[in-house]
Design a protein around this ligand. Structure first.
Ligand code: NAP
Length: 255
């Protein structure tokens, strides 16, 4: 049985990837997120059979049910798309410690644990898509922990891509700039003070970012910047010193 597994399938990019996977002739798509009602309405929208895992990825008991299903059904996982993640905007004292801990646990720890558990069920031609961010390319004041978690995920993904290449399993790190029509920005702004980063000029849409990045991932690209700003950002961060980049990012976020 050939399947895709998508975390963060209830909204935003994850949901858009599920709509694209619908055209991949898979036997099943396994949907993971906390909000079961949204997963159910997505399942009604796609013709591929689905399995729904209402799952808080920070809760070990919830994840175990998903791991048990993997062991029981032993599917051939052709796509694993890890889109669950969140960020928080604010200065050092503006973000609750618990939110910082959850951000690290979801964006890094859960990403690694899921990936390691899923790899044994992949075969030649399978794809892992880790949804990182162009925040991964440099330290970002007032998004400091979020940017650091995405740097971790980018670094992990790049190395994993080399390790899995002999098995012809492809790993892609998707590194978009901001996306305006997902829940990410409202979640990120829900802190004691998020006024440091108010505007998101040139933000893209989930549909266009999902289409471009999915196409690039299927072609085997490793680091994918699916919009102009993230592409520019990637190259600028290779040239300029980190201190200058951080000053520029503060100015950019005030635009
Ligand atoms: N939007 C942007 O500007 C932007 C830019 C670059 C990168 N990204 C990255 O893109 C990815 C998708 O974000 P998005 O923009 O599509 O935002 P989104 O609409 O907020 O989607 C986040 C998804 O993660 C799920 N999620 C959050 N916490 C979870 C948990 N504890 N357990 C299970 N699922 C959880 C949410 O579902 P439930 O709430 O139902 O659990 C939701 O489906 C994230 O990794 C984000 O860092 C976003």
């Amino acid at each position: 049985m050939q399947i895709a597994i998508v975390t963060g399938a209830s909204s935003g990019l994850g949901r858009e990837y599920c709509l694209l996977l619908n055209a991949e002739n898979l036997d099943e798509i396994w949907l993971i997120a906390r909000r079961e009602n949204l997963l159910r309405s997505l399942a009604e929208e796609i013709h591929t059979r689905t399995k729904i895992f209402p799952c808080d990825l920070l809760n070990d008991e919830h994840i175990q049910k998903f791991f048990d299903a993997l062991e029981l059904e032993k599917p051939d996982v052709k796509f694993f798309i890890n889109s669950a993640g969140f960020g928080k905007i604010g200065g050092a004292s503006d973000i609750e410690l618990d939110d910082l801990r959850k951000m690290i646990d979801l964006n890094c720890k859960s990403a690694v644990i899921l990936t390691q558990k899923i790899i044994p069920f992949m075969s030649a031609g399978s794809h892992i898509l880790q949804i990182c961010s162009c925040s991964a390319f440099q330290p970002i004041p007032y998004l400091n922990v979020y940017a650091a978690t995405k740097s971790f995920l980018l670094s992990y993904s790049r190395a994993l891509a080399v390790e899995l290449a002999p098995k012809k399993i492809f790993v892609s790190a998707i590194c978009p700039y901001r996306i305006k029509d997902t829940e990410f920005i409202s979640v990120a702004q829900d802190t004691k003070n998020s006024s440091y980063i108010k505007n998101f000029p040139f933000a893209g849409t989930a549909k266009e970012i999902a289409i471009k990045s999915f196409r690039a991932a299927k072609s085997g690209a490793i680091v994918i910047t699916p919009d102009i700003i993230s592409t520019l950002h990637r190259f600028i961060t290779k040239i300029f010193p980190k201190k200058l980049l951080m000053i520029s990012s503060k100015i950019f976020h005030r635009l």
